[in-house]
Design a protein around this ligand. Structure first.
Ligand code: PXP
Length: 236
């Protein structure tokens, strides 16, 4: 399994004082030096953490694959087509949420999804749909012709260590197997940490995990380099 590091929360900390420290670019450089498979940034509509200049600078100067998380809006499509990241992960977005709360409802907006994904596919950007482990959402992703899903692991992560862990885990596993059967490639992420990540090995053929909050939190105490190395060890 590969590790994509989400560095949004370096920007959260930077923006707390409105200055330039800690540098998102320096965080991206560390990711590049450590050969992570991807650098993930969520350019939110309200720009609460990552800003446009961050993603353009990373794309220009860093060789690691850039995975741009973004909402299904015209503004974001325009930015993605200009930026040309290696990958785009389409996520739902609500202004009031603290973080991405649930998967994207692709099934409820298939036509919009088809029209949204096509120009990104045509531009050579690898699109994934961030969805809950649900067959209808997988079927809709197939219709939308996105080659990847990213399974939302938030419910599993929240229930880790409780009686509901197994149920949530099995949903992820079944969804991954179902999606792969129909030719989709599968990533996963959200809420994964140093304690719960190991079960992702029990799901066949997951390509990449996108992990942010736990790595950046650990980095506060041990440094970003060590935090990433430790996570790489757990998922390799
Ligand atoms: N994947 C997606 C699509 C996300 O929106 C996020 C959060 O921005 C993550 C992965 C990473 O989640 P976390 O920060 O909880 O590791």
């Amino acid at each position: 399994m590969l590790l994509g590091v989400n560095i949004d929360h370096v920007a959260t900390l930077r923006n707390a004082r409105g200055g330039v420290e800690p540098s998102v670019f320096d965080a991206a450089k560390i990711c590049e030096t450590l050969n992570v498979s991807g650098i993930t940034t969520h350019l939110r509509e309200d720009r609460r953490h990552i800003k446009d200049e961050d993603v353009f600078l990373i794309k220009e100067k860093i060789s690691t694959r850039l995975n741009l998380e973004m909402a299904m809006t015209e503004e974001m499509k325009r930015i993605a087509l200009e930026l040309k990241p290696a990958a785009c992960c389409i996520v739902p977005e609500k202004r009031q949420e603290v973080t991405t709360e649930g998967g994207l409802d692709v099934a409820g907006q298939v036509k919009k999804a088809v029209e949204f994904v096509k120009p990104l596919n045509d531009a050579g950007i690898v699109v994934s749909m961030f969805i809950d482990p649900d067959k209808d959402q997988i079927d809709a992703t197939l219709e939308a012709k996105a080659p990847f899903i990213e399974l939302h692991t938030g419910a599993y992560s929240n229930e880790f260590g409780t009686d509901l862990e197994e149920e949530e885990f099995q949903k992820l596993k079944m969804a991954a197997i179902y999606a792969q059967k129909y030719g989709l490639k599968v990533n996963a992420g959200h809420g994964l940490d140093y304690k719960n990540v190991h079960r992702m090995h029990e799901i066949p053929n997951i390509i990449e995990l996108n992990i942010g909050h736990s790595i950046i939190s650990r980095a506060v105490f041990v440094g970003l380099e060590k935090a990433i190395i430790e996570m790489k060890e757990l998922i390799k």
